[in-house]
Design a protein around this ligand. Structure first.
Ligand code: RM4
Ligand code: MN
Ligand code: MN
Length: 430
């Protein structure tokens, strides 16, 4: 049996911090009560919030220049699931992980599902990969996949997506996320209209294979690896595709996939309005698709996104059921620490958005009291909700300070012994 962090260690660490936590929680509770907010209601909602962990995120990531692997990296999907389970054990915020195929392929999916269940984790959306060629693959995706000029390549990409659905069914997944790298590097390289037709035709075939209770998430991305045009470049294109495909198709917002300075929360608002918001790949960025840790660069933007989500949920927006996932590349940190902190940052933004006085905000908006409206919104963001997050974790059996317990456990050192490095491991993305 491989090493797992003993529950007793969580108990010990929590006992050490319990008095301070109780004091901070009570103080925040009093402060919120003065503003008409019941802290218990907020804590309960945070405790019920979950975000999925990407299996590709638990390995050390890299850039196109290099990857600097760390000790004890997962060597395959079984190790990755252990790490995902550890993240959930301490944060109680990540009950599912989102697998990526063919990276996470195994011979026996029943065994994989049982292994995951034994660790207490389930499976979220399955991700297809037609942005790389795999060893032994018949046709190349160098010039595209679902929108390739040649039908045989498109067929191969469709078949891979259908296989992902079939695998996902065995794992208890209910959605397929499709991100394609298709696009062009040179003006004139491809016909911008024709490639969209091919994409729609291919995705129509994938869509037809979706089980009744499944959804497909279309993930747009403005650039990279294609640097002149991408086929599914933005939310407008994504929405056009989703509407053409049918009601099971929704648009996924990866926070790093937009032009600089784009108002992402407004995109979120529009997609909710259209009833087509699939959910998120959370991460943060300063320049492009940097895949930095969620909330590490611009936590206010994350808060503004959650403000739209809380607003939509409060008004009972139709078809509103977003899937929350992290999608990050951890190049210089321990991926487990990054993913734990990122999961907690999504909960922080959620809690901050929950404490905004929506009635007062609407009143200030209607009265055109600009400064008051801005300050009401901002009051959520500037409130330190950390005691709420810790309380929610404790309530769910997690750690008051997940990173401290993780470090005290020496998990990574133990794993370094348990997981001797193997050549060609699928850890991390370069
Ligand atoms: C892409 C995109 C996808 C992810 C890959 C690894 O940029 O964000 O969601 O599957 O990276
Ligand atoms: Mn993504
Ligand atoms: Mn990305």
């Amino acid at each position: 049996m491989s090493y797992r962090i003993p529950e007793a260690l969580i108990g010990e660490e929590n006992a050490r911090l319990a008095a301070a936590q109780a004091e901070d929680y009570a103080a925040l509770g009093r402060r919120l009560r003065r503003a008409g907010v019941d802290i218990e209601v907020i804590s309960a909602r945070v405790a019920a919030f979950a975000v999925a962990v990407p299996t590709w995120g638990v390995g050390t990531g890299g850039t196109r220049f290099a990857r600097f692997p760390g000790p004890g990296e997962p060597r395959g999907i079984f190790d990755k699931l252990e790490d995902c389970a550890t993240i959930h054990q301490l944060t109680r915020a990540t009950p599912t992980c989102s697998p990526h195929f063919p990276w996470d392929k195994v011979d026996d999916y029943r065994e994989l599902a049982e292994f995951a269940a034994g660790l207490g984790v389930g499976f979220d959306a399955v991700n297809s990969n037609t942005f790389q060629d795999q060893p032994g693959q018949t046709l190349s995706y160098k010039f595209g996949s679902l929108s390739h000029s040649q039908k045989a390549v498109r067929d191969q990409a469709v078949a891979h997506n259908v296989e992902c659905i079939e695998i996902g069914q065995k794992l208890g997944s209910k959605a397929l996320t499709v991100w394609i790298a298709d696009g062009s590097n040179f003006p004139g390289q491809s016909n911008l209209d024709r490639v969209f037709d091919w994409y729609l035709e291919s995705m129509g075939e994938v869509y037809a294979r979706l089980p009744g209770d499944w959804r497909v998430f279309l993930e747009h991305k403005l650039n990279e690896p294609a640097f002149y045009s991408t086929v599914i470049s933005d939310w407008g294109t994504s929405l056009m595709a989703a509407q053409a495909l049918g009601p099971k198709a929704h648009c996924l917002v990866d926070l790093g996939h937009h032009a600089p300075n784009v108002n992402i929360e407004q995109i979120v608002s529009r997609l909710i309005r259209a009833g087509r918001l699939a959910g998120f790949h959370f991460n943060d960025s300063k320049y492009g698709d940097d895949d930095l840790d969620t909330g590490s660069i611009d936590p206010f933007r994350l808060f503004r996104v959650f403000n739209e989500l809380v607003e939509a949920s409060a008004r009972g927006a139709g078809g509103f059921d977003p899937a929350y996932m992290l999608d990050q590349s951890h190049n210089v940190t321990d991926p487990i620490e990054s993913l734990m902190v990122s999961a907690m940052e999504t909960q922080r933004a959620y809690a901050q958005a929950l404490i905004v006085d929506r009635e007062a905000l609407a009143g200030a908006q209607d009265a055109n009291d600009v400064m008051l409206a801005h300050r009401i919104l901002k009051s959520g963001f500037v409130t330190d909700v950390s005691p709420i997050l810790a309380e929610a974790r404790m309530h769910n059996g997690g750690a008051i300070d997940p990173v401290a317990v993780y470090r005290a456990s020496n998990y990574r050192k133990v794993k370094a012994k348990e997981r001797p490095a193997v050549a060609g491991s699928s850890s991390g993305i370069v």
